[in-house]
Write a protein that binds this ligand. Sequence first.
Ligand SMILES: C[S@@+](CC[C@H](N)C(=O)[O-])C[C@H]1O[C@@H](n2cnc3c(N)ncnc32)[C@H](O)[C@@H]1O
Length: 218
Amino acid sequence: MKRTALLNRFFTLLYTDLWWLYDIAAWIASGGMWYEWVRTAADFVNAPPVLEVGFGRGHLLLHLHQQGIPVVGVDRSPQMVRAAQQALRRQSIDIPLVQADGRALPFPDATFGTLMTTFPAPYVQEARTQHEFARVLRHEGQWICLDTAFGAHRWTMRLWPATLLYTLAGWPTSKAKGVTSSSITPAFVSPHLFDCQVVLVPVRDTRVRVLLCKRRLA
Ligand SMILES: C[S@@+](CC[C@H](N)C(=O)[O-])C[C@H]1O[C@@H](n2cnc3c(N)ncnc32)[C@H](O)[C@@H]1O
């Protein structure tokens, strides 16, 4: 099996049978910054209700709820849905969680003011996913996509595990992709569906890239 196929297999396992390892892996890959990065996306919410697609362990759902923002979560993985449900129940918090694929969202048209994805899996790049995202968003609704993080300096020590992973997989690093200096909307976002603004948010000695994609009129 090729290296990339092996890594993809690993990620699939990390979202399913190895769900319990997800937070540990995220912590290692980010030098402990993962959820600090993820929470920055919440600062851009200006229109409730929010739908988070691919919520993983559910930390952003909880953060949004604690800010008083009505939120609904969708994830394809039954293990992630169960783990998030249990974590929320332990805190007596009731957030609607749905096990579904982001490519076929079980909601009527124009239901949400904001749709969020943080560190999304590759399905968000598919045209049918983005059609679904645009469909469930209200007029002027916004898709907030936090898609990458990187060191602010050439050598950011805390990020070496992630850099090593990218190098092993043969994936382009943020620098190679021109992310660090460019504000150009990545090619995967459909310009027919969304008008995007790219924001680089400083978080300690790192930066996160947040795409603020306003739904275009049909
Ligand atoms: C990299 S994790 C990100 C989790 C979380 N947003 C975070 O920032 O830690 C990707 C998540 O997307 C979910 N996922 C993958 N493919 C999906 C799809 N087609 N539809 C919905 N969720 C999906 C996975 O189960 C996993 O929970």
